[in-house]
Design a protein around this ligand. Structure first.
Ligand SMILES: [Zn+2]
Length: 161
């Protein structure tokens, strides 16, 4: 067992009183925690893959918005374009070339997790790009657009499919 040392030397934290790391990770991470960690790694990877790479300290809400758009390509929610014969149908009977998007709810949850992770990694709440109003607007517009197209899955409670 490697005991001692383990003081992460100046990992960019300007705050000095952050020495609350005495427990050697007893329980496995909760689902939320592991999901959060995975999201954070994905986002970090995304920033690194930018040309040029974006240091976290310079990450702003525009990077986050780009990240959300980037994630859309991995989405499973079909968003038909105007003019598509399946417009308004969430599950088209045949393939079409319209883009896939992330479901609004999953993006909303993702932002919540990244917002928490950002502050856990030493980010300041005041400059937290995930808490930026532009993100809210983006998510809301996205949601509204889907609702107008009739593509939003019924998430309201009390609604029977
Ligand atoms: Zn389509």
């Amino acid at each position: 067992m490697s005991d001692g040392v383990a003081k992460d030397s100046a990992e960019g934290s300007s705050r000095s009183s952050g020495n609350h790391q005495q427990q050697p990770q007893p329980a496995p991470l909760s689902r939320y925690e592991s999901q959060k960690r995975r999201d954070w790694n994905t986002f970090g990877q995304y920033l690194k893959n930018q040309r040029p790479p974006v240091p976290l300290s310079q990450c702003n809400c525009n990077h986050v918005l780009d990240f959300l758009r980037y994630l859309d390509q991995f989405g499973k929610t079909k968003v038909h374009l105007h003019g598509c014969v399946f417009f308004g149908q969430p599950d088209p009977p045949a393939p079409c070339t319209c883009p896939l998007r992330q479901a609004w709810g999953s993006l909303d949850a993702l932002i919540g997790r990244l917002r928490a992770a950002y502050e856990e990694h030493g980010g300041s709440p005041e400059t937290n790009p995930f808490g930026n109003g532009a993100i809210r607007v983006y998510l809301r517009e996205d949601d509204k657009a889907k609702a107008e197209r009739g593509e939003r899955k019924g998430t309201e409670k009390g609604k029977k499919g």
